[in-house]
Design a binder for this molecule. Sequence first.
Ligand SMILES: *Cc1c(COP(=O)(O)O)cnc(C)c1O
Length: 398
Amino acid sequence: MHVPPFSLEKQLSEIGQELDSAVLEVIQSGYYIGGEVVNKFEKSFAKNIGVKNVIGCNSGTDALILALRALEIGSGDEVILPSFSFFATAEAISNVGAKPVFIDVDPQNYLLDLNLIEEAVTSSTKAILPVHLFGCPVDMSAVLSLAREYGLRVIEDCAQAVGSAWDGKAVGSIGDIGCFSFFPTKNLGAAGDAGAVATNDSELAQKIRELAIHGMPRRYFHTRLGYNSRLDAVQAAILNVKLTFLPKWINKRQEIASRYFDLLQDLSEINLPLNLDLKENIHSWNQFVIRVESSSNKSEIVREKVISSLENIYADLPNSFSRDFLKTKLYEQGVNTIIYYPIPIHLQPAYKQLGYQIGSLPITERLCSEVLSLPIFPELNLKQQEYVVYTIRKLLES
Ligand SMILES: *Cc1c(COP(=O)(O)O)cnc(C)c1O
C-alpha cells in the first residue's frame, strides 16, 4: 500500500466538477481581479471566523507582511515569535525591516513558550506573533494579557489553523490581526497561492486594503508604498466552493487525529502531540506530529548517511537518527511522512547575522531532530491509516 502525506485525488473526484464550473464562470465573466466573487469570499470567510473584516491577498506570507506594515512595524522594531515555524513567519518580519526575536517553544504543544515572552520584551518590541502551529491554538488569553501589559500588538499566524479556536473564538479573530494562507496543503486550500488578512479594526482593514493595491485608496492616487497582493477571482471562486466543505473536513481531520491517539497511545518509543479538549479550544489538525526521541538504538544504520548529508554547522544539533531511521523505514514500506521542520529558523543560513548559536533555543532544536508528521488529510481512509499504524508498530517492535 502507498500512503501519501497529502492527496487531492479523492477530493477532486468529489467536488472537481463544482470547482470546474466555478472557475469556468469566472473565466467567462471576464472579471478576473476583484469583483463579486472575491467580495463574496471575503464576506463568507469573515462570517466563518467571526471577524468584521477580511481582505484577500496573494499568500499567507503577504498576509503577514501586510499586517506588519499596517501596524507600522519596520526598521528598528522587534517582533517576538517562535523559531519553530515555517520560515515565512520570520521572513515577513525581516522583509518589512524589523527584527525577529525568537523564543523557545513548549515541547508538549510545540507552540511558543508563554513564560519566555516577558523576558524577550525590550523597549523596541512592537508585537508578539504567535503561530498556531499544526492547527493547535495558542493560549490567546495569555498572549493578549501580556500584550496589554506591555502595550504590544498581536498578529496571529493562522496559516496552518483555519478551523481552530481558542476559548470559543476562531483563531485570527482574537489578536489585532489574523493572517491566513490558502496554500493547497493548508486546511482550506486554493489551486495555487492565496491568503487573507482578518481584523475587527476597520481602520486597519482599510489600510491593509490600500497596502495590498499599491498604497492606492483611489485610482492612481498613492498615499504609501504598498504591494500588488490581491486574491485572484479564480482562487476566490475555488475557495467559495471549498469553504462550504470546511466544517466536514475539519471534522475528518479531528476523527483521524483521535484515531491516531487511540491506536498509538501505548507505544513508549514515540511521543504523541498534545490532545486538546475539543470544546472551547479547537485543534484543526493540519498536521499530526509525533516525536521520536533520539535514545533508541535502532538508528546506527542510517547514522553515517545522515552525518554525511548534513553541513558542518548542523553536525552539533541534537541527533535525529531515531526519527530519520523511522522515516526512512516507513518510506520503504510505502508510508510517506514529512518533517516539519528539520532546521529551526534561528539557525538558518539566512539568519546568520542575528548571531544565534546551536543551543540558543534548545527545545526548538531538539524538536527539529525529533518531529515526524504522519499522514493526515480529510480523505485519508481507515485502511490507509490502519496501515500507517501497523507499519509503525511493526518497525518499533522489530
Ligand atoms: C504556509 C505558512 C506560511 C506562509 O503561507 P504562504 O501562503 O505559503 O505564503 C506562513 N506561516 C506558516 C506557519 C505557514 O505554515
